[in-house]
Design a protein around this ligand. Structure first.
Ligand SMILES: [Zn+2]
Length: 287
């Protein structure tokens, strides 16, 4: 089944777990997530950042949407980090059930203005909207963007932003960064800020840059109020590691012989994330 973000996250909120949102790009990564979700009866979100959306081309989403609609498991199809109204409208036209408009690097007033505009348009089509306040860091090995210095989300801004924009989910900056952290860098989540935000709002919260953070911090965040965790680098790194070693070891270049084992390796990472977020086997809650 294909749901919008609001409907997939409201069940997660009620039952205190987070749904994994995986950046997938192409058929091998889509299969890794969809097949593991079906095997374990787990809700999942497939998401594409604008660069991934353009690479896949809108025709690709006809396959993705059909695949999700014909499944017993709940899915949502989400645009990650839409930067302009046009990018969000293109995703809605391609059949996405949810879009993120990321105005987090704009002034607070401009962020409210563009987010409300997208929410007004998207809601007319039954499409959900994720906004962001505060800024998420970047490690320069991701294409989702971000800034060098994280500005933590101010809990006082949350109620104001949610009321004025009508967003269905909110990305918060509590100390994560996009990409894989350098060897000597210790990421630390500000769980205290998350607790403060959770006190002032009922809106499902989103954790970006969820790859490579310690498991115990992520687990705690999902229990406290994070209902969507974005995973990009962790699955792509595993996938390409597998592809590289198969190419090097066998010299084989037949796509099924290279990609099928890589898909199986990636599924293990997807499985571990679903378990960590508390969503494993929770699809029955949607029926
Ligand atoms: Zn992000």
């Amino acid at each position: 089944m294909l749901l919008n973000l609001k409907d997939i996250l409201s069940v997660a909120k009620k039952n205190s777990f987070a749904v994994g949102a995986f950046n997938t790009t192409d058929v091998a990564l889509v299969r890794s997530v969809v097949e593991e979700a079906e095997k374990t009866d787990t809700p999942a979100i497939l998401q594409f950042a604008p660069g991934e959306f353009n690479y896949a081309t809108p025709y690709f989403f006809e396959y993705v949407i059909k695949r999700m609609e014909n499944s017993r498991v709940p899915f949502a199809l989400h645009l990650d980090h839409g930067k302009t109204i046009e990018e969000c409208v293109k995703a809605i036209q391609a059949g996405f059930t949810s879009v993120m408009i990321d105005g987090s690097t704009m002034s607070f007033e401009d962020n409210i203005r563009i987010t409300k505009h997208v929410a007004d348009v998207a809601h007319m089509a039954g499409v959900s909207v994720e906004g962001e306040i505060g800024t998420i860091g970047t490690m320069n090995n991701s294409d989702e963007g971000g800034v060098d210095n994280v500005v933590y989300t101010n809990p006082d801004d949350v109620v104001n932003f949610v009321d004025k924009t009508g967003v269905d989910a909110l990305a918060v900056a509590i100390g994560t960064a996009h990409g894989i952290y350098p060897k000597n860098f210790k990421p630390e989540l500000q769980i205290g800020i998350l607790k403060e935000i959770n006190k002032v709002t009922d809106i499902p919260l989103v954790l970006h840059g969820g790859s490579d953070n310690p498991d115990n911090e992520i687990r705690e965040a999902c229990e406290i109020g994070i209902q969507k965790v974005n995973i990009s680098s962790d699955i792509k790194q595993e996938f390409f590691k597998a592809v590289t070693s198969i190419l090097n070891d066998t010299g084989c270049f037949l796509p099924p012989k290279v990609f099928n084992p890589a898909i199986e390796a990636t599924k293990k990472v997807v499985h571990n994330k679903m378990e960590l977020f508390g969503s494993l086997g929770k699809a029955h809650l949607y029926r």
